[in-house]
Design a binder for this molecule. Sequence first.
Ligand code: AMP
Ligand code: MG
Length: 340
Amino acid sequence: MTTCLGIESTAHTFSCSIVDEESILSDVRSVYKPPEGSGIHPREASRHHADESAAVLRDALATAGVRMSDVDVIAYSAGPGLGPCLRVGAVVARCLSSYHAKPLVPVNHAVGHIELGIRLTGARDPLVLLVSGGHCMILLFSGRRWRVIGETLDITPGQLLDQFGRELGFASPCGAKIEELASRSSRYIRLPYTVKGNDVSYSGLLTAAKKALEGNRVEDVCYSLQETAFAMLTEATERALAFSRKEELMVVGGVAANRRLADMLATICNRQGARLHVVPIKYAGDCGAQIACTGLPAYKAGISVEPSRAFVRQSWRIDSTDVPWRGDGTYKERAADLID
Ligand code: AMP
Ligand code: MG
């Protein structure tokens, strides 16, 4: 059995998790909370991560019942994310790797969301919808990489909800609060719906939703914002399902916690004859488990970096990241299918 420590620090969350091939032994998180009405301040968040890192690591080891000497591999999220936050995780990982002479594995955070989702839902060969604070992509695996076949042209659904929530005076993240407010309404106010090809655009919707707060009930605007934003995603995802002929759809990322989105996706899965996998709510947002569950197969596939060369990349696209451990026949056949 191989034991992997995963360290996550791309944005608001500093988290450490210990996993092996069979289970998630621990997943401990400390989340930076900005003042009410504001978003993440990268320098303040990185200060939070630096302050919390030792306690989070200690707790993760204790909960898993292992010592650093029992850990075989150390994985850290190398990007994409906020530079100051990423650097804290990378420095912690680099120090642990050097001091304890353990191999070090850089992990793409978006691949981490997907790997954890696959481990928890048992999906085999899914089309993936990754929707979170930092991501909005529809992804298809082909030729050793996740290929982006639809994405946002501007802000992500998480940013849309968080920026709208801040307008209401909430502190980020606001998705759950908006979901709760939206559940109290069924009155739709017309808002801009923008799908271009298989991409979505949310900035016009955000501006219009803020304007709609004048003269309308907050609950009605929250409801209309969710309905519009999720219908756009669902339309693009249904087209991707029909095109790819995938038999599974997996939704991961913080916004996957939203029940209304899951309901809409269930409707298109029924229509397209696909099975829907939704990542369990506890593991929808950023966490160390996503990094550990990716670091483990990555290490076994031969991926590692010298501690002195440990890097961070603020804009590390998923479609420029090799995923060699996921290259089985099923995927190749499917890719060939698409070319025919
Ligand atoms: P992540 O970046 O993966 O940690 O996801 C965080 C994002 O998920 C934030 O933008 C949150 O507002 C959003 N989020 C969390 N819970 C919900 C929810 N129930 N509905 C919609 N968005 C949510
Ligand atoms: Mg994330």
